[in-house]
Design a protein around this ligand. Structure first.
Ligand code: ZN
Length: 292
């Protein structure tokens, strides 16, 4: 009898350890990830007179397996429609001074974790501050990058969580019309859609960002706490000011971020394609002053 009880206790212990290990691994993958860097840059054949756009999609922390390829095909289509010369590369070493200087806009597609080594980070920061254009979306704004400048200057918000129950909800986004984003007139004033809605610790508006869309949280469940979870409580949203699309100046450069885009199908929404198109055209247009 004693042996059977010991046996059962042992099995429960092993199962518990397995569960804790599984959750630990998931949190590590989402928050920190694994560092891998490239040191040999790809060869590029670009002409400076073209409107050159780099689409970079490396994910060293959480990998959005469906969204990343979906965004790549959407950008191929948008490039054809807008006469952009699109370079698709997941090689972090492309972030060097000479090659970055060829691009009008660098787009980060669900980039997570640390994907750039120290020198590549310096080159990227110098490129942006020197007048480069940046567009990032969804996972690109999560909290796995471990880079102060990235959160303080480029994104201007630190991700806390996304709702877990349910993970995907339909919400209404309300448009604002900042002067320094003239194309906002083309976008819906009120835009209802589904997504995995990111919650940030504070509104990027408080850090000087210009907000394009806020999410109306009323009647939505923003809690990111899992039942019976070891994760600390994430039972909060952002209240009256929940920006989901915004932009800001970074030195002489411009940065645009959209929290939208977990599922592949979202990149097929005509309004989302329009938003991404206008974001890239805005970020790469030196005539637009983003300080207004
Ligand atoms: Zn996601």
């Amino acid at each position: 009898m004693k042996k059977i009880i010991l046996y059962i206790v042992g099995i429960i212990g092993v199962l518990l350890l397995f569960k804790v290990g599984q959750i630990g691994l998931m949190v590590y993958k989402a928050k920190i990830g694994w560092k891998t860097f490239e040191t040999i840059a790809p060869e590029l054949n670009l002409v400076r007179n073209d409107f050159n756009v780099l689409l970079y999609s490396k994910a060293n922390a959480w990998v959005h397996e469906e969204a990343i390829p979906a965004a790549k095909s959407t950008f191929k289509k948008l490039a054809l429609e807008n006469n952009w010369k699109l370079t698709i590369s997941d090689n972090g070493a492309i972030h060097n001074q000479d090659q970055l200087s060829l691009f009008d806009v660098v787009v980060w597609n669900n980039v997570t974790g640390q994907t750039l080594n120290k020198n590549q980070r310096i080159a990227f920061k110098n490129y942006i501050e020197g007048g480069g254009g940046f567009v990032g979306f969804h996972g690109t704004g999560d909290d796995s990058h471990q880079w102060d400048w990235y959160y303080d200057e480029l994104i201007r918000a630190v991700f806390s969580h996304h709702p877990m129950a349910p993970q995907f909800q339909t919400g209404t986004m309300n448009r604002e019309s900042p002067k320094s984003f003239p194309a906002s007139d083309k976008l819906p004033l009120s835009w209802e859609r589904e997504d995995e809605w990111y919650v940030f610790f504070e509104s990027p508006r408080d850090k000087g960002a210009h907000v394009l869309f806020t999410l109306n949280e009323t009647d939505m469940i923003m809690s990111g706490t899992l039942e019976n979870s070891l994760l600390k409580s994430k039972d909060f949203g952002m209240g009256d000011d929940h920006p989901v699309v915004w932009y800001n100046c970074v030195g002489k450069g411009k940065s645009f971020y959209s929290a939208l885009g977990h599922k592949a199908s979202y990149y097929e929404e005509p309004d989302y394609q329009l938003l991404l198109t206008e974001a890239v055209n805005w970020a790469g247009n030196p005539e637009i002053n983003c300080d207004l």
